[in-house]
Every structure is written in structure tokens, then in C-alpha cells.
Design a protein around this ligand. Structure first.
Ligand code: CMC
Length: 391
């Protein structure tokens, strides 16, 4: 009709203004509020990054202490919420459980319904950042048939999550600092990535004034797909299926074959046409963690070989396909002891900080309107109804 811009997949439409995350896909640059991702991943605490995304600057010491207090204050979930888990089959996918349980939070906090009040929005954001580790750990515990472990506020954000996930009442458990540090990095690398599919989903859901917990549940649902957050699970499954370095070439050939729907999981990105800066940190972390934990996993050799072959192959060079954040993360998570089904739930846990920061930014934007894409109608023209017996 010429009235609207037709842009399937939003490859060239800016849906909002944002001051949170900057990406230069050509150069492989990612900045949060101006800070390079590798510096944050190297040095910052996860909660510093959460504060940064939410408030715009790194916290000063007293601001950090106050923020930490505000988060730890909300780490428990209502006892009634445990009933929701019991309604699921033990073999339910953790992302199915997370979508349901986080959505159910909207039934517990009636004060969060007033999203016009910035203070209420902040409390809802704190609740979400605080409760996601608890809920993700509960999803894991439920799947393995172990009792839920309550949060411990004397531990770091990641330390507490690892404790809720891996400690069992009958045994002494101490968080391994190497694992805690790797987990911290993984969480920071996943914290935000501007207007990706799940973040756009959260913004679109939130643009109608919907309940924040319901909005985050919609983000979790979107993240689950294998083209998005589900790629970390799919990437490790693919590397395990390849099994040995000598099989790599055959899979690379399949990925190039236009008649085969197979794609290299953990490869390619809508925005990055260069090495994903997160993948670089992830690769280093994978090498370090496996070495420090004295684990030799043949899957790391397969990943290295795959990267090497693909980066020297004309198809991948021409299409500018590089490893993305999901390519190496699974190797680390698997070394830590997470089953593949949990990988995307960890992504959701970390991305919650980005989701709430973006949601808050949207609601406080004076230009904010309900999101309402238009379409190019290509269906039937007007015609008259014919009664069933005459058709
Ligand atoms: N393996 C083989 N070929 C690929 C791949 C791949 N992983 N990714 C893209 N291509 C090809 C694709 O076939 C297409 O070729 P042609 O132009 O000849 O039709 C071209 O490269 C462009 O791909 P596209 O699908 O049009 O690009 P997109 O921007 O719509 O998709 C993507 C981006 C990430 C969905 C895609 O690269 C992909 O499916 N990758 C595998 C899944 C994955 O790793 N997802 C994680 C993304 S990063 C973080 C996150 O969101 O979780």
C-alpha cells in the first residue's frame, strides 16, 4: 500500500531510544552505559552491573551496599510458590517451569500493579532480580528430586545461586571460588543486549501497562527458542553429537548446504558481523575453568576445531558468521555440573536485569506508546458469506 515500511524481522527499524547498551556489530563492540563488556566481565560484581543497567552509573560504595540490601531483602519466595513447582512433571523443561512460575509471581505482589509509580517499579525490579536465582535453583532441585534450598544472604549473588543449586542438606557444601567467578562472568555476559527478541517482547508486553512479572514471563518464553537463548543448549548438544574433531568438517559442510536446514548453533548473529566480544571472554573462561578444575572435555577440542574450520571457510567469511555468546558457554556450564536443560534458564536469570532496566526505561520515556506494528495485508478481498449447506 506504500503507507508503511515493510520490515520483516525488524532488520532496519529502531523501535525505541535507549541509553542502556551500545553495540557496534561491524567492530564487535559492546558497551553497557559506556563501559566495555570485557572490563565489566573481568572486574565487576554482578550486582554492580545490575545497578549500572538500572540506574545509569556504577554505584558508589554506599549505593552498592544499599542496592545489595534491597536485593537480598527479596531473595525468598512465598512458601505458596513451591506448590507451583509440584504441579509440574519432574521431567518438565526448566524454561517451561520458569515461564509459568515467574508469571505466577504477578498473583503475589498486588502493589506492583501500579506501574506509574517509579518506587513500585523499582521494588518490582528488585524482586525480579532477587527471586530469579531462587526460582531457577528450585526448578533444578525439583527436576533432580532434591529438597529446595533457601537463599543465603551472606553469599554473593552467584555464590548464593550455586549454593541453592548444588548444596544438599546432608552434606557440607562450599562454593568453589573458581566456579563462582566463572558463573559471575557468564551472568555479566548475558545481562543485557539491547533490543533482541526477548527484550523487545518484554517492552511490547509492558507497553500496554501489563504487570511486570507477566512481562518478564513473556520475555522468558521468547528467550527459550533455539534461534535465541535456546542456542546455548543446542550448541552443546551439537558439539557432543559431533563428538570428535575428525567429524567437524562434515557438520560444517552440512551447515553450508542450502538443502539441509542444519545450522551451526552458537554461530552467526543479527547484529555482529565480527567476533562477538562476549564469545571471546567466554572462550577464555572455558579454557581457564576446565584447566583449573582439571577437567578434560573432548567437546572443547571439537569447539576449537569447529571455530578454526568455520573461520577459514569462504561461506562463513563471506556471510560474516562468527561464534556468538552461546558457542562456548555450554562447555563451562557443563563443567560446573549443570544439565543442558538448565542452560537457557541461567540465561533468563541473568537477562532479567536487562529486561527490568529496559522495561523501566520504556515506562519512564515520555514518548512511550503502546507498541502496535502495522502489516501489509495480503489475504482475500471482500466476499459474501455463503451458508454452510450451500458451500
Ligand atoms: N550456520 C549456517 N549458516 C548460517 C548460520 C549458521 N549458524 N547463521 C546464519 N547463516 C546463514 C543463513 O543461512 C543466511 O544465508 P543466506 O543469506 O544464503 O540465506 C545468512 O547466513 C544470514 O542468516 P539469517 O538467518 O538471514 O540471519 P539472521 O540475522 O536472521 O539470524 C541468527 C541470526 C542468530 C538467528 C542466525 O545466525 C542463527 O540461526 N544462528 C544459529 C542460532 C544461534 O546461535 N543463536 C544465538 C544468537 S546469539 C545470542 C542469543 O540470542 O541467544
Amino acid at each position: 500500500t506504500g503507507m508503511f515500511t515493510y520490515d520483516p524481522g525488524f532488520t532496519s527499524t529502531a523501535s525505541c531510544q535507549s541509553a542502556i547498551t551500545y553495540i557496534d556489530g561491524g567492530e564487535g563492540i559492546l558497551l553497557h552505559r559506556g563501559y566495555p563488556i570485557d572490563q565489566l566481565a573481568e572486574k565487576a560484581r554482578f550486582l554492580e552491573v545490575a545497578y549500572l543497567l538500572l540506574h545509569g552509573d556504577l554505584p558508589k560504595q554506599d549505593e552498592f551496599e544499599e542496592f545489595r540490601h534491597n536485593i537480598t531483602y527479596h531473595t525468598m519466595v512465598h512458601e505458596q510458590l513451591a506448590q507451583f513447582f509440584r504441579g509440574f512433571r519432574r521431567d518438565a523443561h526448566p524454561m517451561a517451569v520458569m515461564t509459568g512460575v515467574v508469571g505466577a509471581l504477578s498473583a503475589f505482589y498486588h502493589d506492583s500493579t501500579d506501574i506509574t509509580d517509579p518506587q513500585q517499579r523499582l521494588i518490582a525490579s528488585h524482586r525480579l532480580i532477587a527471586k530469579m536465582p531462587t526460582i531457577a535453583a528450585m526448578a533444578y532441585k525439583y527436576s533432580v528430586g532434591q529438597p529446595f534450598v533457601y537463599p543465603r544472604n551472606d553469599l554473593s549473588y552467584t555464590g548464593n545461586f550455586l549454593n541453592m543449586t548444588f548444596s544438599v542438606p546432608a552434606e557440607e557444601y562450599e562454593v568453589n571460588p573458581i566456579i563462582e567467578n566463572a558463573m559471575r562472568r557468564i551472568f555479566i555476559l548475558h545481562a543485557d543486549h539491547e533490543q533482541n527478541a526477548s527484550t523487545s517482547t518484554v517492552r511490547l508486553a509492558g507497553s500496554s501497562g501489563a504487570n511486570p512479572f507477566a512481562c518478564i514471563a513473556s520475555g522468558i518464553a521468547c528467550l527459550w527458542g533455539p534461534a535465541h537463548g535456546g542456542a546455548n543448549e543446542a550448541a552443546l548438544n551439537m558439539l557432543r553429537e559431533i563428538g570428535e574433531s575428525k567429524n567437524v568438517k562434515q557438520y560444517v559442510d552440512r551447515a553450508k548446504d542450502k538443502n539441509d536446514p542444519f545450522r551451526l548453533m552458537g554461530f552467526g548473529h543479527r547484529v555482529y558481523k565480527n567476533y562477538d566480544p562476549r564469545a571471546k571472554v567466554m572462550q577464555q573462561t572455558a579454557e581457564e575453568v576446565l584447566k583449573e578444575l582439571n577437567i578434560s572435555d573432548p567437546v572443547l577440542d571439537v569447539a576449537r576445531e569447529l571455530e578454526h574450520i568455520a573461520l577459514n571457510d569462504d561461506y562463513f567469511i563471506e556471510k560474516k558468521l562468527y561464534p556468538n555468546v552461546d558457542f562456548y558457554s555450554g562447555i563451562i556450564l557443563s563443567a560446573i555440573g549443570f544439565p543442558t536443560e538448565m542452560f537457557t534458564a541461567l540465561f533468563a536469570l541473568a537477562r532479567t536485569t536487562g529486561w527490568v532496566a529496559q522495561w523501566n526505561e520504556m515506562i519512564s520515556d515520555p514518548e512511550q506508546k503502546i507498541g502496535r506494528p502495522r502489516q501489509l495485508y495480503v489475504g482475500a478481498t471482500q466476499r459474501d458469506y455463503v451458508p454452510l449447506e450451500d458451500r
